[in-house]
Write a protein that binds this ligand. Sequence first.
Ligand code: SAM
Ligand code: ZN
Length: 303
Amino acid sequence: MIHPALRPLRCPVCVAPLADPAGSAGPAGPAGAVRCAAGHSFDVERSGYLNLRTGRARRVSGDTAEMVQARVDFLGRGHYAPLTARLVQLATAQAVEGNPPGAPEVVLEIGAGTAHHLAAVVDAAPRRFGIAVDVSKYALRRAARAHPRIGAVAFDVVDRWPLPDASVDVLLDVFAPRDLAEMRRLLRPGGTLLLVTPGEGHLAELREPLGLVGVQPGKRERLADELSGRFDRLAAETLTRTLRLGVDEAVDVALMGPTGHHTGRPELHRRLVAAWPPGRATLDVTASFVLHRATVGPTAAQR
Ligand SMILES: C[S@@+](CC[C@H](N)C(=O)[O-])C[C@H]1O[C@@H](n2cnc3c(N)ncnc32)[C@H](O)[C@@H]1O
Ligand SMILES: [Zn+2]
């Protein structure tokens, strides 16, 4: 059975709607499949996500099991709760034009990881349904179980996104790859994009000991320029918090970023212990997020 939240999705080959064919594969195979009218077929994996990967995208694997576990542990301790709460507020503040009160609202998260933020946004209003997109099977397994009104789907953001024009009310992207043209195409008039990128001070205290890559100066302004070319009503704000982290938590937050693709936990742990202030159980670490909010104007024709 395809999850109800995933009904807006289209065939990534021919963009026709996808229907649930009856029956499922054998015990070792996928849990089921969906098919378009032209017969293109896609697996619903046993762990619960719909696999719409085609061609090159099948080779992109996204976050590893170790990175996803670090994300589960770190977010589960509430370290990024202020960011999640602000995303819920911003998503709720938007009013989508042409969407009658009480109509279902589609919230799409790109590079959703474990769907931690998406679950909070969806949970805030009973009419919201969430679509969690990722390429990591480890993340998708978690995302598929994150909330009863969330469905998880695998596709690569470098491909055309398999959703119709103007089909999404709120689009989230938190520290994840993006495609502003596709984001603009998918949002309904009145819909909102919430895009979160690291602020300049993000994890500054861990950069040297762990060899983390810093944020390029001027990144915020460049992204604001790119957004202003495509969206209406732009706003940006910075959210900064001091996190008090033990060694394992500091390793977790490092593993959640690009470093996790090339350096494993034992090496990060070794580096951090070597640089840790003697006699201290915790280290104060800056978390800094830039939240960009962009809204799609009344109608594309009027712009
Ligand atoms: C830094 S994590 C952010 C996860 C989530 N947004 C959060 O804040 O908890 C980036 C996510 O993007 C996914 N990702 C990387 N490349 C991708 C691609 N080409 N298409 C879709 N997702 C991708 C990764 O697997 C990972 O889960
Ligand atoms: Zn098709």
